[in-house]
Design a binder for this molecule. Structure first.
Ligand code: GRF
Length: 235
């Protein structure tokens, strides 16, 4: 196996054609509500477990509790209220423009309750990451905990994946699993999965930023992605 130490963040491979200024990867985190995954990422950066610079938090909802969390960490926290836009495309174009001004290396969806249109996803191809509360490809979409219980699943969990044009279907970067207990209801199961999500997202982003480097054109993920081990966690 190739020695990965020579292309970690801070140590760009000297032979790579895109080698350039190497800094901590810049992250933009997109939220819509509570923001507990954002909180876990902020805590991981503060502890030094995740060597990334969360530059911007953007919420699609003005009343998202997560905005206060970003501000507590002195991070620029903006609202782009989806209701003020006539169409999904108009919202996505405005979001894209704000993001391009912030120049993030990775755009991290953390409870962002909007389906993103194809041009947006294409623009951020391989730099757009999401966390989903099920073991994909099982239970894409909503109400995942209820559906896991209804289906009699014995194992459930969460997935971190690249965002592709098909919802909840991009390449899987990390999985966290747990056993469903006979007395789990959707709320209890959601809470147990959420605790796992808070471990999984920082762990996947850590693996990503350590397995990549920043060239003149931003974080180089594409060629290194196959070399990254899948992050796996269990309750
Ligand atoms: C999480 O369960 C996440 O997997 C899903 O939305 C929820 C967001 O929770 N995409 P929070 O806002 O991070 O607390």
């Amino acid at each position: 196996m190739a020695d990965r130490r020579d292309h970690r963040v801070g140590q760009a491979r000297s032979d790579h054609p895109l080698k350039g200024t190497v800094t901590r990867p810049r992250l933009a985190v997109l939220i819509s509500g509570r923001g507990s995954n954002l909180g876990a990422l902020l805590a991981a950066t503060r502890r030094g477990d995740l060597n990334a610079d969360i530059r911007t938090v953007i919420s699609s909802h003005a009343d998202a509790a997560g905005l206060a969390l970003g501000r507590d960490f002195a991070i620029e926290s903006l609202t782009l209220d989806y209701r003020e836009f006539k169409s999904r495309e108009a919202f996505d174009a405005a979001l894209n423009q704000v993001l391009q001004e912030k120049t993030p290396d990775l755009v991290v969806l953390a409870g962002f309750m909007r389906i993103l249109s194809a041009p947006f996803v294409q623009h951020w191809h391989r730099r757009l990451i999401n966390i989903h509360p099920s073991l994909l490809p099982r239970h894409a979409g909503l109400k995942t905990h209820q559906r896991a219980i209804d289906a009699g699943d014995r194992v459930h969990g969460a997935t971190v994946h690249l965002v592709s044009e098909r919802v909840d279907a991009g390449s899987i970067l990390g999985l966290a699993s747990l056993m469903v207990h006979p007395d789990d209801d959707p709320e209890r199961l959601a809470s147990r999965v959420l605790t796992l999500e808070h471990r999984l997202y920082p762990a996947v982003l850590k693996a990503l930023v350590e397995g990549a480097f920043i060239g003149r054109e931003g974080l180089i993920l594409e060629r290194l992605l196959p070399e990254l081990p899948l992050v796996r966690l269990h309750e």
